[in-house]
Write a new protein. Structure first.
Lengths: 366, 345, 710
């Protein structure tokens, strides 16, 4: 095995299997639930997230499909009303907010902040989920391949696949990247390097860059859209994921049940997807939960620097960054989205921490 | 910044085994590590250069909205910046100019490297102080959390550290500025108080220190929270080891067990994390330097992004990556030196 | 345990050390009060850093701000926006006109055109006074012999990949005999006046092919574009307006070197030097030659009629002795650059751009990148030193922190937004200003699209927007309705034109008249297609983003479906505006004082990469635009611009929204110091001049210790 002591010990909390345990009296799931339920911080976080999920779906439905709360209605005469105030008498009846009151006040165009936050909850959350989905996909793929095929040398087949990939890049006029990939594959083939080396060196290279700066550059140079932002955040945050999926696979590969399955002649794809992936999933899930939190924070950071999701999509990040200019005039425009982001990110982090504790038998045994 | 923990152990190919102190294997180990990093350097330079050119748009100096700019003039400027050449030619130009130190910024035609060096010196105190804050605070916090596991203190610090990493950095910074300026009426923005040229030296020094305080705390918060979590779990791990039980059984005091036996072993892996702090500090500094009007690397990068000053962006990314590589190299070697269990191969 | 204590001791000591530094720092109050230097120091906040401190190279506002203090031009604009001498004391504009002998033409009496004949006829008419307006303007007439000259013509053509590429072609020109007239004032109609002598169509069918010969064979595809350039390089009737500047004597640059005509000529040559890539080239391109008559007299001869050209001389003059070939060679050798870098080394690379030396009121002291730029007053300025001793531009990128610093007195001025100024209006410790500038905001419709082809539809769209409400609420009253393409504080703007009324009902009626009917969903529909388009704007300008949202909302109310999108500036320009591939845009123009609208409104400027991106086309407007830029008489120009303004207002190619007022706020302690002849000082309140600028008298500003009572 080719993993370092430092990596292994720091990652010990992700290693879910422990040989010295006694025969379980309850299923792992029951055990997990029992411990998770005892962690009231995580539990509160969990319910906050459930509430958020419902809010987000309702937000999508009630601001876009059936417009009960209109986030786009501009009422200049109702500009900067504080939370819980009622519309001015001369506003048009059609423009009145639902319930006749601005729950969270209005912004500089007299738009209903509650409606915007409501709509933004879906967008913000989907940015987090999609970005993490992308990084998860890349991370698990690269980490899994790297961990499972470990020391295997690059075969001609792989090189051919790489050349095909390079060709696809040429098609999109990304010639330079195409050349780079093909050259790298050929080099590894010539020097008889392993897939693992190849992928991990690339991961290491990507890891050397300051992630936020890289994301900022990419987002600033590409046409701004919500998809660009999701995609870019995902694209530049898979490295950690890949590294420990690899570590997980490396250790799983040596486990008895995998060796047994191999000996029984179970097909490779079945070993990977039926036996190894589910076992590696738990720690990945922990990391993904925290990843969502990071993605939401990253989006708000980008918004702050002026490269967030462009209108008409409202996100908590861009409501907050629009509001920062009016901190003395309309503080609620700054504090409401700021606190909302804080609570949600905190909830994700606490749930992540709770999951980690509950999934880690080594720590829980004491 | 939030990546620090998970990435620990990056690049370290040292392997645990029987202790075998051998000078030549040490050299082999170093040579191997350096060679690997040279290869990485090449990949890094490819990535730093190419990814910027995948995007559309051009330097803002080519301003098509200048009402009197003729297409002829724009064509001339593009030619002067080699923008019409194929990518690999541009890459070659970049590497050549970088190596000779004559790489010029698009924006003002000034050499890039001295510019980055100036800003690096400005950012350095901020990096250093933030790093010191992270390391000095994370350890006691994490150790106490582990020792009093599950108690009020532990739960409190867990919650607090999660709360701190959950606030958007700029939100917290705005609150801090409002609070400090509103209550104490002292300047917090920029690198020093304006108009202190005639003050005496101790005042000047302390003034600079004061201006470091808030931005470095802001930059350190995330690091403290994350690192203390790792210290805590690392301590828990070690406290469960047999030799700790043995020490306890010997009847040593709890303090002697924890600080004498457990701590040293728990700390070792953190040596490798030193190098990994760097990209986080550079990346994270963009927002803080922007808010605190700090003329550092992050600002330089941000301004360069705004004006599409490609040479600066590419070089900054590249230098950040090189520094990280250096940092990890040093920590790997350090680790190999301190940890007798490592077999160098 | 020692380790345990150490682990606690270190962080705590660190924190105590950090916190105690607080007690060494002066509070804001101490900085402002009890510091006499602060009263003669002016600190301004800027969002971004300057890029390049060279008057011929800078292109951003922070740089031009600094450059305007350090450098001085030959002229500037006075309080009433009239030209005023600075480095020049005085100037005269005259004209020299040349008329080529056109051998293909016959005089109205049927005789052949020859040089002698032409000269004789014109001379006779001039002496006799038979042609109106000739005698009082023309000072002398002469006949010039034929000659030869060579020139290089630059053509911009797409190459095989479709990218534009420059081609230079050298030609030899046989210049035929010509009659030269010297005029006491510029007269764009001088050749028209000669029509009784020349007959009609004298200026057509000129035998260029016989007179212009390319020095090398020209590829076939280049022939046509080359021929199109001939009338420009050898016009049959050529106007050469001439400006004679008398320069101020005894002016020194900040390093003590004496300013003279050589510096003016050098500045011009540096701009035209293609190696410098100066963004000022287009302003100076109409110049034919610059002649130094003596160290304090210089003559500028222009190639053609272009009345705004003189405004270019407000640009700062460079010191020749620090930037000429010799000085640059010395610098590049000092810096020890490589061969390759030496070859490309030019003014752009010079250290001068970070340590500028000019002749203005302030001289450069220090520049800390992204931190501050420090200037100190020029004690030897020819008009006497300024009141302020030091000038700082601090770079503070966030508006929020700028405001915090402003409130605490650490900066004197920042670019306050209307909503911020609004808060200071009732505060007795501040003074605020709002004044009209040269900018206006508009919604531009792509006139080429059938949807917007009808001026009535464009008018209706304009009528649906409540601009007054936008002004009141969005910009806190800091805007003024505008009806046309000129800034309202210039005489070019016709004040009698009324803005479009806010009338959604009327707008609907217009739509219905044009055959659009409201469908069930509440959208206008014609022939099964609803009236739907996309409104776009650029990223990073909150006001435009808000205008876009407001317009979308307003149009939704009358039944027009609008989608909105925001793009990053480069993408916005390259993919939409420059290619003409858009429906409608929210944008703003910042104009100058000159009345030339050629780039923005002339129909020839509607191609890709050009500024008439809305594709406005009106032949009368084209004619007016050309006449305006060739007219040197202000009164006649004014008549023409009023007509043009009305024409554009009727066509509504844009919905002209409003001209934003520049809003500013200053500490009330800053006043205008007026010195009497006996040395007594009087304090006056600062006021904006006609250009909307409050800094016109900046050199007379000073900060008092106590807030004055006015």
């Amino acid at each position: 095995m080719h993993d370092s002591k430092s990596g292994a010990s720091l990652k010990a909390e992700f290693v879910s299997l422990d040989a010295e345990g006694l025969a379980p009296q309850e299923t792992p799931w029951q055990e997990f639930l029992r411990i998770f339920k005892k962690d009231y911080q995580a539990l509160i976080g969990f319910w906050v997230l459930m509430l958020l999920l419902v809010t987000a779906l309702a937000g999508k439905a009630l601001t876009e499909w059936w417009v009960v709360f209109d986030p786009e209605a501009v009422r200049l005469t109702d500009k900067f009303l504080p939370p819980l105030s009622v519309p001015s008498p001369d506003s048009l009846p059609a423009d009145r907010p639902f319930g006749g009151v601005y729950l969270m006040g209005t912004d500089e165009l007299g738009r209903d902040v509650f409606a915007r936050m409501f709509q933004g909850s879906f967008v913000s959350l989907s940015i987090g989920f999609v970005a993490v989905g992308i990084s998860l996909g890349i991370g698990v793929l690269l980490g899994g391949v790297s961990g499972y095929y470990g020391q295997d040398k690059v075969s001609l087949k792989t090189v051919l696949i790489g050349i095909f990939l390079g060709g696809v890049l040429f098609y999109f006029n990304w010639n330079f990247l195409g050349y780079a990939i093909i050259a790298m594959l050929l080099l590894t083939w010539i020097f008889r390097l392993s897939v693992d080396t190849l992928i991990m060196r690339f991961t290491d290279a990507m890891m050397c860059f300051p992630t936020f700066f890289l994301i900022l550059t990419a987002v600033a140079l590409l046409p701004p859209s919500i998809y660009t932002i999701m995609f870019i955040i995902g694209l530049f945050s898979w490295m950690g994921m890949a590294r420990f999926v690899r570590a997980e696979f490396l250790s799983l590969r040596e486990q008895d049940f995998v060796i047994a399955a191999k000996a029984l002649g179970v097909p490779e794809w079945r070993i990977i997807f039926r036996h190894m992936v589910p076992n590696a999933l738990a720690p990945v899930f922990v990391s993904a939960t925290i990843g969502v939190a990071t993605a939401i924070l990253t989006e708000s950071g980008l918004s702050f620097l002026g490269f967030g999701v462009p209108p008409p999509d409202a996100t908590w990040g861009n409501i907050l960054s629009d509001g920062k200019g009016f901190i003395f005039d309309a503080p609620w425009l700054f504090f409401i989205p700021g606190l909302a982001i804080f609570l949600v990110v905190l909830a994700f982090n606490l749930v992540g921490e709770g999951l980690r504790e509950a999934l880690n038998p080594k720590l829980r045994s004491r | 910044m939030a990546k620090i923990g998970v990435d620990a152990g990056l690049l370290s190919d040292a392997v645990i085994g029987s202790s075998r102190d051998n000078r030549s294997t040490m050299w082999n180990f170093i040579v191997r590590n350096v060679a690997q990093r040279l290869i990485l350097l090449v990949i890094v330079s490819f990535v730093a250069h190419s990814f910027i050119h995948l995007a559309p748009g051009e330097p803002s100096e080519v301003d098509p909205m200048n009402p009197r700019m003729k297409p002829e003039d724009i064509a001339k400027i593009r030619a002067a910046f080699h923008l019409d050449e194929p990518l690999y030619v541009q890459y070659a130009y970049w590497i050549r100019d970088l190596a000779t130190g004559e790489l010029k910024s698009f924006k003002d035609s000034q050499p890039v490297l001295p510019k980055i060096w100036d800003r690096f010196l400005n950012s350095l105190p901020l990096f250093i102080l933030a790093t010191i804050l992270v390391w000095t605070w994370a350890f006691p916090t994490g150790i106490y959390g582990a020792v009093f596991r599950g108690g009020m203190y532990d739960r409190g610090t867990v919650l607090l550290s999660y709360a701190l990493i959950s606030v958007p950095g700029f939100f917290l910074s705005y609150l801090a500025i409002l609070w400090v300026v509103g209550w104490f009426g002292v300047p917090v923005i920029s690198i020093k108080t304006f108009g202190m040229e005639h003050a005496e030296l101790p005042y000047k020094i302390m003034d600079r220190v004061w201006h470091l305080v808030i931005p470095s705390i802001m930059a350190a918060i995330g690091g403290i929270a994350i690192l203390s979590r790792y210290v805590r779990s690392q301590m828990l791990e070690v406290l469960g080891q047999d030799y700790v039980r043995t020490a306890r059984a010997k009847g040593l005091t709890e303090d002697a067990v924890i600080y004498g036996h457990a701590l040293g072993n728990a700390l070792l892996p953190f040596v490798t994390m030193f190098g990994l702090l760097l990209p986080g500090l550079i990346g994270g500094s963009v927002i803080f330097e922007q808010i605190f009007a700090w003329p550092g690397l992050g600002r330089l990068g941000y301004e360069a992004i705004l004006s599409r000053d490609f040479p600066i962006i590419m070089t900054l990314n590249f230098i950040a990556a090189v520094l990280t590589l250096l940092g990890t190299l040093i920590s790997d070697i350090l680790y190999a030196v301190v940890d007798p269990r490592i077999r160098l191969h | 345990m020692f380790v345990k204590r150490l682990l606690l001791f270190i962080p705590l000591t660190l924190v105590i050390f950090l916190v105690q530094s607080y007690f060494w720092v002066p509070t804001y109050e101490n900085q402002a009060a009890g510091n006499p230097d602060r009263l003669v120091t002016y600190i301004e906040a800027s969002i971004g850093d300057a890029k390049i401190l060279n008057p011929i190279l800078n292109a951003d506002s922070a740089s031009s701000n600094i450059v305007s203090h350090v450098f001085e031009g030959l002229l500037d604009l006075d309080e009433d926006l009239k030209l005023r001498g600075r480095l020049a004391i005085d100037w005269q504009i005259t004209e020299r006109a040349y008329l080529l002998v056109n051998p293909h033409h016959r005089f109205p009496d049927g005789t052949e055109v020859t040089g002698a004949k032409l000269f004789q006829k014109i001379h006779q008419a001039w002496k006799a006074g038979t042609i109106e307006g000739l005698q009082d303007r023309v000072q002398s007439i002469e006949l010039l012999p034929s000659g030869k000259r060579s020139e290089s013509i630059s053509l911009l053509l797409p190459n095989a990949e479709g990218k534009p590429q420059l081609k230079d072609i050298s030609v030899t020109i046989d210049v035929p005999e010509r009659v030269a007239l010297t005029l006491s004032e510029v007269d764009q109609d001088v050749f028209d006046r000669l029509q009784p002598i020349l007959g009609e169509r004298y200026f057509e069918h000129f035998p260029y092919d016989k007179l212009i010969h390319p020095q090398a064979a020209v590829p076939q595809e280049l022939e046509e574009p080359l021929r199109a350039k001939f009338p420009d390089i050898l016009p049959v009737g050529e106007h050469n307006p001439t400006i004679l500047f008398h320069l101020r004597q005894g002016v020194n640059f900040h390093d003590g070197h004496v300013f003279d005509a050589g510096d003016v000529k050098f500045t011009y040559e540096s701009i035209m030097n293609p190696k410098n890539l100066s963004p000022r080239t287009p302003d100076f391109e109409p110049i034919k030659t610059v002649e130094i008559l003596d160290p304090s007299t210089i003559k500028i001869i222009y190639k053609r009629l272009y009345s705004p050209a003189i405004n270019a001389w407000t640009m700062g003059i460079l010191p020749e002795h620090l930037l000429n070939e010799e000085a640059l060679t010395r610098e590049k050798q000092d810096r020890g650059l490589s061969e390759e870098a030496q070859k490309t080394f030019g003014m752009r690379e010079s250290r001068f751009n970070r340590h500028p030396i000019g002749s203005g009121r302030f001289q450069f002291v220090e520049w800390q990148g992204d931190e501050f730029i420090h200037l100190r007053r020029n004690e030897n300025y020819w008009e006497g030193p300024a009141q302020y001793q030091d000038y700082f531009m601090r770079i503070i990128p966030e508006l929020f922190t700028q405001e915090v610093e402003f409130r605490t007195g650490a900066i004197d001025f920042y670019g306050a937004q209307p909503h911020q100024v609004d808060r200071y209006k009732n505060d007795p410790t501040y003074q605020w200003f709002s004044s009209l500038g040269f900018a206006y905001n508009y919604i531009g419709y792509n006139n080429r699209k059938p949807l917007f082809a009808d001026p009535m539809i464009r008018t209706a769209l304009g009528m649906a927007i409540n601009v007054d409400e936008i002004i009141t609420y969005l910009v806190y009253g800091e805007g003024k309705r505008t009806t046309g393409p000129y800034p309202q504080n210039t005489e070019w703007y016709d004040q009698s034109i009324q803005p479009l009324p806010y009338d959604p009902q009327g707008a609907r009626a217009i739509f219905e008249k044009a055959g659009w009917t409201l469908n069930r969903d509440g959208w206008f529909e014609k022939g099964g297609k609803i009236f739907e388009f996309t409104l776009i704007t650029n990223n990073g300008n909150p006001i435009r983003k808000n205008l876009m949202t407001i317009a979308q909302n307003a149009w939704k109310k009358i039944g027009v479906k609008v989608n909105t999108q925001v793009f990053e500036w480069a993408v916005f320009l390259n993919d939409f505006v420059n290619t003409g591939d858009f429906d409608a845009v929210v944008l703003g123009w910042s104009m100058n004082i000159d009345p030339d609208l050629y780039q923005i409104w002339h129909s020839s400027q509607a191609g890709p990469q050009q500024l008439n991106f809305v594709g406005y086309k009106n032949s009368r407007a084209d004619e007016l635009i050309v006449r305006i830029r060739q007219e040197y008489n202000r009164d006649r120009q004014e008549e023409l611009t009023h007509e043009l303004h009305r024409l554009i207002h009727e066509d509504q190619p844009y919905t002209f929204l409003y001209a934003p007022l520049s809003t500013r706020v200053l500490d009330k302690k800053i006043v205008l110091v007026q010195k009497g002849s006996d040395g007594t000082e009087q304090f006056k309140k600062i006021y904006p001049t006609k250009s909307g600028d409050i800094t016109f008298y900046f050199h007379k500003w000073r900060k008092l210790e106590l807030t004055p009572d006015f």
